[in-house]
Design a protein around this ligand. Structure first.
Ligand code: SAH
Ligand code: SF4
Length: 347
């Protein structure tokens, strides 16, 4: 297994042979161990708006979904979520939302600046979609360290089947490279099992990751949301999602890879299985209990009824039970080289 050729990668993308997949997962665990040991890093997720101007066919927050009740958190509410998170020990906050025009460059700068001032030791991650390079620069200037923007699919034809014509893979990629140039730790990634996806598309996703060299890679199964055009489509496979996690770990051994909520949604042990396939990050929810159900990217999303402290306790237990060690530090990306045997970290 050297995973260099397209043919070999394609083989592992589709294989269902239990011995082959276990060997793949064992290799992925060893790669992760080399850079991060047994640590699993925590990120506190604050879902601060479910308004979105985009109309992605797969997502429950799309603007054409008139059934969803919309909400926005105020600056004070966001600071309360972060305050609770900090008290619980979180050192990374992820601000995620739809592409909500209300949150102009100035408003985002204000939020990031307020968090940066109050929590100078914490990492601030944004996940608010495609913005101009100027806006990304302003957010970075205000104190944002990381940005999550999945490419969703690296094949332009496939991208066009998942999004309206107003969105393009070209712009998505441009955003990702701009973020990198601005010095963000960048996360990309994709869904597994979206409608029309082929194994060759997944191969392109891996090849794109290799060219972008992101610091984080988010991978989760597509899950239908009933009020979207893809509401009747089949959900993505857990087994294939896990293989994509493992392959991403082996191609980008120093990456931070979350065991995603989507995986936990389609299988009660989905996140544990992801940790055992090479993932090393979890992203429990810090959003107010009242708004969690409204952040309905897909149906049956888990953890919408829990308090932040319950989520933390639950995840800690899950991590320990599969033999890993919960780590509440910032968890920056490991430098891609090991110097004199010591693990160096960025920023
Ligand atoms: N608006 C921002 C962030 C919110 S969406 C953005 O699009 O980047 C965050 C992620 O949720 C998306 O990148 C997508 O991969 C995932 N997502 C959306 N709908 C989904 C669905 N039906 N099933 C699984 N994941 C979904
Ligand atoms: Fe909006 Fe993101 Fe959902 Fe697309 S995936 S509709 S950009 S929230």
């Amino acid at each position: 297994m050297n995973l260099r050729s397209d043919d070999e990668l394609l083989h592992y993308i589709v294989t269902e042979d239990p011995r082959e997949t276990e060997a793949l997962f064992a290799r992925a665990r060893a790669a992760r161990e080399k850079y991060y040991g047994a640590d699993v890093y925590f990120r506190g997720l604050i879902e601060f708006t479910n308004y979105c101007k985009n109309d992605c066919y797969y997502c429950g927050l799309r603007r054409s979904n008139t059934k969803i009740e919309r909400y926005r958190l105020s600056l004070e509410q966001i600071l309360m979520c972060a305050g609770l998170g900090a008290m619980l020990g979180y050192r990374t906050f992820v601000l995620q939302g739809g592409e909500d025009p209300y949150f102009t460059r100035e408003r985002v700068v204000e939020i990031v600046g307020a968090l940066r001032e109050k929590y100078p030791e914490c990492a601030i991650t944004l996940s608010i979609g495609e913005r101009s390079r100027k806006s990304y620069a302003a957010f970075r200037e205000a104190g944002a360290n990381r940005y999550l923007l999945r490419h969703e699919t690296a094949n332009a034809g496939h991208y066009a089947k998942l999004h309206p014509a107003s969105m393009s893979l070209g712009n998505r990629k441009r955003c990702l490279f701009n973020l990198k140039k601005l010095g963000y730790q960048v996360g990309s990634g994709f869904m597994v099992g979206t409608p029309f996806q082929t194994p060759e598309n997944l191969l392109e996703d891996l090849r794109f990751l290799q060219s972008l060299e992101p610091d984080m890679v988010g991978i989760g199964p597509f899950i239908p949301q009933s009020d979207t055009p893809f509401g009747e489509e089949a959900q993505g496979s857990m087994a294939q999602s896990l293989r994509m996690v493992a392959l991403s770990r082996l191609l980008l051994p120093a990456a931070l890879i979350p065991a995603t909520t989507a995986l936990g949604t389609i299988h009660p042990q989905g996140r544990e299985k992801a940790l055992l396939a090479g993932a090393n990050v979890v992203m429990p929810n810090l959003s107010p209990k009242a708004t969690r159900k409204l952040y309905a990217l897909y149906d049956n999303k888990i953890c919408t009824g829990d308090e932040a402290a319950e989520c933390l306790g639950c995840m800690t237990g899950r991590i320990r039970r599969v033999g890993f060690v919960p780590n509440m530090c910032r968890g920056d990306v490991a430098l891609k080289r090991l110097q004199s045997g010591r693990l160096l970290r960025m920023e």
